[in-house]
Design a protein around this ligand. Structure first.
Ligand SMILES: [Zn+2]
Length: 452
């Protein structure tokens, strides 16, 4: 059923690309082997401009956009799509995901690695079919899944990954049973979750450096550290600061030496301020930060990587009263944070942070409606396209997709695009019904869905 989307798209436009022996070729090689694709009669939102273009054409060559202009010509053997006056926009991006977290905590802790990878591949396809052509994974061993997708074996989005999120003992990523002692007290040197790259436990500067370097050795594109309490944590209440300034600085310094950056999970003002002072460049959540800290974030040129839907959609059934109270505190902080972020002109990215079953993950698109509490439709669309694309580029030489832009419709950008029913500049909720509203999904010049 799901596989059919992939084949349908491939046969409608990329028939040449998916020849008898092409199945195992890397996606990029297949795209480059294909002819040009000419899309006509579309009104383009380019990810940056304030309005749609008049009806125009977009020419794709290989895996990149070649040109955008009315009345473009293409060779006779080029594939053609008549957009019928519909809106064309860059593929969606989500910069806070956990692609391997598709089951509850117990199933995750005891899950077989190949089972969890299989579910991740299924979720990767579902993500792409919701219109997301690039995601940033902020914790979880996903390098092998990303490799399989990049090589063209399975449909899915581009993935940048932090590999394991780094946690202190009793921090947000400490999922150990209370009776499992820490290493210093004779506990195991590594847990199953560490082996699979979900979390690395690190206490003290030397361990923080080792965990950071091990992540880079495993192919991380940036680093992610839990520096503050959490809504759903086992041992860590929301109000605590995790890690000393020296430990955070160690991770930030290591990221810098690898010419990439440190992203941190944090809610409270104190933890957020400390992380910024020590060099963190991507604040994940940040809901409870003060005006002074927002000013510091802007001064440092750091990103505010925000989520809204996860706080405004129903909480998981298993949440305790304490977790519900923390979730409310985090949700209540959104108003002030977003207001300050707009006031100070902070660089705002968009992410979803949905964790759990496919029924939960489908709420990834709730960002497009929940955000209307604070942002115009245009602002939301820029966040999920060009703004996320700018944060995506911050991993520099560690970006596995090179310096080719994403999140924009412009010459030499990756050919990652959507054609849809409805106009998201007038109603962003069209993006919450991808099955009916997305007519074309193209990633890397390859068509994964085409109902036109
Ligand atoms: Zn997260």
């Amino acid at each position: 059923m799901k596989r059919r989307h992939f084949l349908k798209g491939a046969t409608s436009v990329g028939a040449l690309a998916l020849g008898a022996s092409a199945g195992l070729l890397p996606a990029r090689a297949r795209a480059q082997a294909s002819t040009q694709t000419l899309i006509t009669n579309v009104r383009v939102f380019d990810g940056k401009s304030d309005a749609l273009t008049e009806a125009t054409s977009v020419l794709i060559e290989g895996n990149k956009i070649k040109s955008i202009a009315p009345n473009l010509d293409a060779p006779a053997d080029a594939a053609r799509i008549d957009g019928g006056g519909r809106v064309l926009m860059p593929g969606l991006t989500d910069l806070h995901t956990h692609l391997v977290w598709n089951v509850g905590p117990a199933a995750l802790l005891g899950g077989r690695p190949d089972y969890l990878a299989a579910l991740a591949l299924q979720e990767a396809e579902a993500t792409l079919m919701r219109g997301y052509t690039s995601i940033r994974d902020t914790g979880g061993g996903i390098q092998g899944v990303a490799q399989a997708i990049d090589e063209g074996h399975f449909p899915g989005p581009r993935i940048q990954s932090s590999h394991a999120a780094i946690t202190m003992t009793a921090g947000h990523g400490d999922f150990r049973n209370r009776n499992v002692m820490v290493r210093a007290f004779g506990g195991p040197t590594e847990t199953e979750l560490q082996r699979m790259g979900f979390v690395f436990h690190a206490d003290g500067v030397p361990e923080m450096l080792s965990a950071s370097r091990e992540n880079m050795r495993q192919g991380a594109n940036f680093l992610k550290v839990f520096v503050g309490g959490a809504v759903s944590g086992i041992y860590d209440p929301l109000d605590i600061a995790e890690y000393s300034p020296e430990e955070i600085a160690a991770a930030a310094g290591e990221a810098k030496r690898w010419n990439t950056y440190l992203a941190v999970h944090t809610y409270t003002d104190f933890a957020t301020k400390t992380a910024l002072e020590q060099g963190a460049m991507s604040i994940e959540h940040g809901n409870l930060m003060s005006e002074a800290t927002m000013e510091l974030l802007v001064q440092k040129g750091a990103w505010l990587s925000t989520q809204t839907g996860v706080f405004l959609t129903p909480l998981p059934d298993g949440f305790s009263d304490a977790q519900r109270a923390r979730a409310k505190q985090a949700a209540d902080g959104l108003d002030q944070m977003m207001t300050l972020a707009k006031q100070y002109g902070a660089k705002i990215a968009l992410g979803s942070d949905m964790v759990g079953s496919p029924e939960v993950k489908i709420q990834q698109t709730s960002e497009f409606t929940a955000r209307t509490n604070w942002f115009s439709k245009l602002e939301i669309l820029k966040q999920t396209t060009s703004q996320n694309g700018a944060l995506w580029a911050m991993s520099g030489p560690r970006n596995p997709y090179g310096d080719t832009p994403i999140g924009v419709i412009e010459p030499d950008a990756y050919a990652d695009l959507l054609i849809m029913e409805g106009n998201p500049l007038e109603d962003t909720s069209v993006l919450t019904r991808p099955e009916t509203n997305l007519s074309v999904i193209m990633k890397d010049g390859q068509i994964y869905k085409n109902t036109l």
